[in-house]
Design a protein around this ligand. Structure first.
Ligand code: TYD
Length: 225
C-alpha cells in the first residue's frame, strides 16, 4: 500500500482517523464504543462509523452484501459493492468529519477488502490495492487496530451475538463461509500487519474485554485522546 497521500502530522489534540479490523466476532464495535467513551471524557468527541453501511447508500448495500438469502453474488460483484460503499462513505462521512476537525473511528476499511476479497476469496492483491485507492481517494488511516483471535473463538462469539440480535440470516452471509475461508482471512490480516507495522497494530483479542481495551488505549496513546 503506498504512503498515505493526505499525509498530515497529527499532534496531541488533533483529529485522527482510526480503523478497526479483524475477523468475525473480534469485538471491534465493543472496543470502538469503549474508546469513544474514553475520548469523550477527554473532550474529543469522535465520529463512530462502519463499512459496509456508513452512508445512506451504504445501508442498502450492506443489506445486499450481508443477507444470507442473497442469491449467488459473484466475487467481482461483491467487490464492487464494497468499493461503492467505501467511496460514498468516504465522501459523505469520513472526509467531512476529518475536515471539520473530528476524529473518526471506523469499523472496517481498506484492509477488510484485502483480507476478505484478497486472501479470503483469492482475488489479486495488487489489483485490489489499486481499486481500494480509487474508492478511498488515497486516504489511508492514521492507525489501524487489528483485533486478532482464533477463528473458532471469533465465529462462536459472532454466532452468539447474531442469535441474540436476531441477525443470523440478515447479516450471516460471511459468517457461514467455510473455516478455511476465515483462516485465510485471519492469516491475510496478519500478513498485512507485518507489511505495515507502523500503521497496523495487532492486539490479542482472545482475552477478556478489559485486557483488550487496555491494550487498545495504550496503542492510541501516541495520538490525541
Ligand atoms: P460486519 O458486521 O461489519 O462484521 P462483524 O461481523 O465483524 O461485525 O460485517 C461485514 C462483513 O463484510 C464482514 O464479514 C467482512 C465483510 N467485508 C468484506 O468482505 N470486504 C470489505 O471490504 C468489508 C468492508 C467488509
Amino acid at each position: 500500500m503506498p504512503e498515505r497521500v493526505m499525509e498530515c502530522q497529527r499532534g496531541k489534540g488533533e483529529s485522527m482517523f482510526v480503523t478497526f479490523e479483524g475477523i468475525e466476532g473480534a469485538g471491534k464495535s465493543t472496543m470502538m464504543n469503549l474508546l469513544a467513551r474514553h475520548m469523550r471524557a477527554h473532550g474529543n468527541t469522535p465520529v463512530l462509523t462502519r463499512e459496509p453501511g456508513g452512508s445512506q447508500l451504504g445501508r442498502h448495500l450492506r443489506a445486499m452484501l450481508l443477507d444470507s438469502r442473497q442469491g449467488a453474488l459473484t466475487m467481482q460483484a461483491e467487490l464492487c459493492l464494497f468499493l461503492a460503499d467505501r467511496a460514498q462513505h468516504l465522501a459523505e462521512v469520513v472526509r467531512p468529519a476529518l475536515q471539520a476537525g473530528q476524529s473518526v473511528l471506523c469499523d472496517r476499511y481498506i484492509d477488510s477488502t484485502l483480507a476478505y476479497q484478497g486472501y479470503g476469496r483469492g482475488m489479486n492483491l495488487d489489483e485490489l490495492c489499486q481499486m481500494n485507492l480509487i474508492a478511498c481517494e488515497k486516504l489511508l488511516p492514521d492507525l489501524t487496530i487489528l483485533l486478532d483471535l482464533p477463528v473458532q473463538t471469533g465465529l462462536a462469539r459472532a454466532g452468539r451475538r447474531n442469535r441474540k440480535e436476531g441477525t443470523v440470516i440478515s447479516e450471516g452471509r460471511f459468517d457461514s463461509e467455510s473455516l478455511d475461508f476465515h483462516e485465510r482471512t485471519r492469516k491475510g490480516y496478519l500478513e498485512l500487519a507485518a507489511r505495515e507495522p507502523g500503521r497496523i497494530r495487532i492486539i490479542d483479542a482472545g482475552r477478556d474485554a478489559d485486557a483488550v481495551f487496555a491494550d487498545c488505549l495504550a496503542v492510541m496513546e501516541n495520538f490525541a485522546l
